[in-house]
Design a protein around this ligand. Structure first.
Ligand code: FPP
Length: 244
């Protein structure tokens, strides 16, 4: 067919990753370039989050994780922090619409820092969507990869203290069950826009064998077409998981 879109033609669903993680970076620079306060960049970034979630569901990606707020982001100016938390509050209401779409929602990170109302909304959403399997959407908020590993270590230490397990019985699989991601498969494709080449404490356990895709595009400008490019690149990578 003459009208075939070349990009679409090269997308091979059988090569799609099981789990894509996104570091939503570059919101501040996007706003600065337009002479706007940083929070406008976050607002635009949240729209991209929604657009990309929809697109991933449409093309059949099974697990997607977004880095919305890290344990280190509290160091930012107070008005920026509260703008992000307010956006999150708005979007959590919006995310409830995914219930109709059979998307399971999980929050990664320490929820206890948030007020009771927000914690309840997060817990309710997880509970109400727990049996859905069309797609799992994970949102990392007040999340840190090292913090997650320490959290899992504490749970296992308590079990050892109670004599339920012996230290030498601890396996990687057992450890993994106490990560916030629990039954979600490891990350296959980690996408970081905005030209930064770092993991920034995001899913450090789960990305042990992830393929990385970096682009200079700022997150608010990241589009389904950009994701297609990442998927095509992913399809060309040869993954050996330590073998030959
Ligand atoms: C990183 O860009 C972005 C963040 C720390 C916040 C991301 C938050 C959102 C997209 C909105 C809230 C999320 C949801 C799901 C409602 P940056 O500020 O570091 O950008 P810069 O590197 O250009 O300064």
């Amino acid at each position: 067919m003459a009208l075939f879109n070349k990009t679409k033609e090269e997308l091979l669903p059988e090569q799609f990753p099981e789990h894509i993680a996104f570091i939503m970076d570059g919101n501040g620079r996007w706003a600065k370039k337009r002479g706007l306060p940083r929070k406008f960049g976050h607002r635009e970034g949240a729209k991209t989050f929604k657009k990309i979630t929809r697109y991933c569901k449409d093309i059949g990606i099974k697990n997607i994780t977004f880095y919305a707020f890290s344990t280190e982001n509290w160091k930012r100016p107070e008005d920026e922090v509260s703008a992000i938390i307010e956006l999150f509050r708005e979007y959590i209401v919006d995310v409830r619409n995914y219930i109709g779409e059979e998307v399971r929602v999980l929050f990664l990170g320490d929820k206890t820092i948030f007020d009771d109302d927000l914690q309840k909304k997060m817990n309710d959403l997880e509970e109400d969507t727990k049996d859905y399997n069309k797609m799992t959407m994970l949102l990392a908020i007040n999340y840190g990869g090292r913090d997650e590993i320490v959290h899992a270590a504490k749970i296992l230490s308590e079990q050892v203290k109670r004599g339920e397990i012996q230290p030498d019985e601890i396996t990687e699989d057992m450890f993994q069950k106490y990560l916030y991601t629990a039954d979600v498969p490891d990350v296959d494709l980690m996408i970081r826009p905005s030209g930064e080449l770092r993991l920034s404490n995001f899913l450090i356990w789960q990305s042990a064998y992830a393929e990385f895709y970096f682009t200079d595009v700022l997150w608010p400008d990241f589009s389904p077409n950009e994701l297609d490019k990442a998927l095509i690149e992913f399809g060309k990578r040869s993954r050996r998981f330590g073998g030959v």
